[in-house]
Design a protein around this ligand. Structure first.
Ligand code: PEP
Ligand code: MN
Length: 372
């Protein structure tokens, strides 16, 4: 059961104390408090966990600090959608809103290699009217002999250039809690020129200790990738780990599934599940066409498979696109074969606009259709 308090509830108030004391005294029930920092107001949500069947909802609703009560299902308590649940989706970060309604494009380098490439990439992002990018500094690699990313060594110039080119948010994977401290220190030393969205890669979706540490910090939002070989429900529970630790500013990213049937794509593209995740949870949904497709193969119609898959995710309502570009893919240290060229960025964006417009038209169509 979820108890939502009146907005901006002061915890030292009499109303709060009476409400809290009542809830704490319920037998066989554990209470868990969750604060939602909104744009205009702060919301306190209290989860009642345990045998809630015997609780009288009207009694709880009549407590002085309570605005409303929602009976929630067991799954995805914080991030999930429940009956009569009209809580908002998404969050605001560094001046940008991430919701289940809008769309952000994070075009950038899979892995940072040189400062020149970072600069060319960020300039192209800015020239094309975007203000987000991806920059891999810590790379989880299948082979220990592969390039592991430049780590904290590259952060000073990445952050400085982000400031120069007006980048508001960089998606950056972390594979260990120490990486968050390194990012933190370097950002501060650079005068906080940009925001960071901490990315948890597909190999770490069920690294529960990492999830707990990242969930405990509230400074940075989190982009959680779906685990490549586990069920959707297991991946959504991983997101819930972040939320139960305190950070519900989570975007869920589809990046394809490892199956024996995906070839010639690197992974079996799963973007048909964009609407499923929106139905089950309140998280904005990201698609990563680059790691799904894994190549620059082109269909006979002239469009790259990466373009096709992106359009498929966007027309299904995706809210974020994480996509690999590189100024010189042949020189890329990681995933060059799937990188789009900077000269393809305007075309890529124009193609996305077509798919997005089609998605919005589909919403109009269904809004105007007779109810059944
Ligand atoms: C990445 O986005 O750079 C990456 C390694 O992706 P994934 O975790 O989906 O393989
Ligand atoms: Mn990659």
């Amino acid at each position: 059961m979820l108890v939502i308090l009146h907005p901006n509830m002061d915890e030292s108030s009499e109303e709060f104390r009476r409400t809290w004391d009542y809830l704490e005294a319920l037998t066989e029930i554990r209470t868990q408090k969750h604060i939602v920092e909104g744009n205009q107001q702060q919301l306190t949500e209290i989860y009642l966990i345990g045998n809630t069947q015997k609780i009288n909802r009207t009694d709880i609703e009549s407590l002085p600090a309570v605005e409303r009560v929602i009976r929630i299902s067991e799954d995805y308590r914080i991030l999930g959608r429940h009956n009569d649940d009209n809580r908002q989706s998404g969050f605001e970060y560094n001046g940008l809103h991430f919701t289940q309604q809008n769309l952000h494009i994070f075009a950038g380098l899979c892995a940072v290699d040189t400062a020149d490439h970072v600069e060319e990439m960020m300039k192209a992002v800015q020239d094309n009217g975007l203000n987000c990018t991806r920059m891999g500094a810590y790379k989880p690699r299948t082979s220990p002999y592969s390039f592991q990313g430049y780590g904290k060594e590259c952060l000073p110039y990445v952050f400085e250039l982000a400031g120069k080119y007006g980048i508001k948010v960089i998606a950056m994977e972390v594979t260990h809690e120490s990486h968050v401290d390194e990012i933190d220190e370097c950002l501060q030393a650079a005068g906080n020129p940009t925001g960071i969205m901490l990315q948890i890669g597909t190999r770490n979706t069920q690294n529960f200790e990492l999830l707990k540490v990242l969930g405990k910090q509230k400074k940075y939002p989190i982009l959680l990738k779906r685990g490549f070989g586990i069920t959707l429900s297991e991946s959504l529970n991983a997101a819930e780990y972040l939320a139960t630790e305190g950070n519900a500013n989570v975007i869920f990213c589809l990046r394809g599934m490892k199956t024996s049937f995906s070839s010639p794509h690197r992974n079996t593209v799963d973007f048909s599940q964009v609407p499923v995740i929106k139905r089950l949870t309140r998280m904005p949904v990201c698609i990563d066409p680059s790691h799904s497709v894994g190549s620059r193969d082109r269909a006979p119609d002239g469009l790259l498979d990466v373009f096709h898959c992106t359009a498929q995710g966007v027309i299904a309502g995706a809210n974020m696109i994480l996509v690999d570009f590189h100024p010189q893919p042949k020189k890329a240290l990681v995933d060059g074969p799937q990188a789009l060229l900077l000269s393809e960025l305007p075309l890529f964006l124009a193609d996305i606009r077509i798919a997005r417009a089609a998605y919005l038209k589909r919403l109009d169509l269904i809004a105007g259709a007779p109810a059944n």
